[in-house]
Design a protein around this ligand. Structure first.
Ligand SMILES: [Zn+2]
Ligand SMILES: [Zn+2]
Length: 380
């Protein structure tokens, strides 16, 4: 699937059935869908001209509107069973299920109806306009919003129907490791939009590190691998650091330190320990710690000195085995150990981060119960 492609609506027909009664005009809403694409639907309440004000648990007839005069609105998914969302604060766009409560980009919390995509927002306005018009005309007993026409128009050349919406594929699809929610996001990092768990650590342990290891196994250069490993650590750690800068009030010099490139592993550790009480070397043996620290300095030599040992490296790294002006050499076993150590360090940072910003427990518990019962069914 290519990035940023238009994704058609799932189609279907939304029907308003209207009646004239002693109490005035009444209406019911219904939806039908029979296209061969995945389809899901959820409900919300909105007031004119299209402002969402609460949830509507579709099928719960007794439920009353949270605001007088709010209309129940049915919203169907796109043709991949995703719902588009926009963050009202940072404008981040993503696709996931219907009920996100956290922006993957900036971590903003809110009720899911505040994360409607621009397309859904247009649809809600159109829906309320059609419904209020139909209510105002006593001769109308049925009105249909034909979303099949909207869906068909996505793949066709030429002018679109007067009402037209679609969503857009992003770059990276994943299911949250903690709660199972499926996402399609830009880039590779971010929060789960349902439980708030950051996925950065899994990006490192499940994608980046295995890729570096397999390149090494296929005869890739150990020197390049050290550089890649430290660069990966840098970019993943900076995701957490950026969020801390965004979400925790702090002195400007701390913001500055957290958003700079990390040159020295010991400095990084001291920074997280002093600023947030997070020990990223927790549970890491001294030998691994020395290896990580030395590898940071070696990365610098590869990047800025073509891998040739200089005096600065000798002074700072404490490496007694290297000589001035010699070409640095890496040992494959050391690189594997380094990769293991940086995975543990990022795990420590991740768990410290989530001790400060607790993920939502309910979706995580539901997912773990679901998985447990699936396992016990499977084991019979
Ligand atoms: Zn946001
Ligand atoms: Zn999650």
């Amino acid at each position: 699937m290519a990035d940023f492609q238009e994704i058609a609506h799932s189609g279907g027909k939304v029907t308003f059935t209207l009646a004239n009664t002693d109490h005035g005009r009444t209406f019911q809403v219904g939806i039908s869908q029979n296209r061969p694409v995945p389809f899901a639907v959820f409900g919300l309440y909105a007031i004119a001209p299209g402002i969402p004000v609460g949830f509507w648990s579709v099928g719960m007839e007794s439920e009353s509107s949270p605001v007088p005069g709010a209309f129940p609105v049915l919203i169907a998914s796109d043709s991949e069973q995703f719902f588009g969302h926009n963050c009202p604060k940072c404008k981040y766009y993503w696709r996931s299920g219907p009920f996100p409560t956290i922006c993957p980009g900036c971590g903003l919390h809110g009720p899911s109806y505040e994360f409607l995509s621009d397309a859904q927002q247009l649809y809600v306005e159109y829906y309320i306009f059609q419904l209020t018009n139909a209510l105002a005309d006593p001769s109308i007993s049925e009105h249909v919003i034909d979303m099949d026409m909207v869906a068909d128009a996505a793949s066709q050349e030429g002018p679109k129907p007067s009402f037209y919406i679609s969503e857009q594929s992003q770059q990276y699809r994943f299911s949250c490791v903690a709660c199972g929610e499926k996402h399609d996001i830009i880039g590779r990092f971010g929060y789960c939009s349902v439980c708030g768990t950051r996925r950065d650590v899994w990006e490192l342990t499940d994608q980046i590190i295995p890729a570096i290891r397999s390149k090494l196994k296929d005869g890739g250069s150990a020197e390049d691998s050290v550089r890649d490993a430290i660069a990966a650590f840098d970019s993943v750690v900076s995701q957490y650091a950026k969020q801390m800068v965004l979400l925790i009030p702090m002195l400007p010099f701390r913001k500055d330190k957290l958003t700079k490139r990390f040159h020295n592993a010991e400095d990084v550790a001291t920074m997280f320990e002093l600023f947030f009480g997070i020990d990223i070397f927790n549970g890491i043996k001294q030998a691994e710690r020395t290896l990580v620290t030395r590898s940071f300095f070696r990365r610098h030599v590869y990047e800025h000195n073509g891998g040739i040992v200089d005096q600065v490296y000798l002074d700072k790294s404490g490496d007694k085995d290297s000589r001035l002006n010699a070409q640095l050499r890496e040992n494959t076993d050391d690189v594997h150990e380094l990769l293991g150590a940086i995975a543990k360090m990022v795990q420590n940072l991740h768990s410290g981060f989530h001790q400060i910003f607790s993920p939502e427990a309910a979706p995580i518990d539901r997912y773990s119960r679901r998985r447990k019962s699936a396992t016990s069914i499977g084991s019979h």
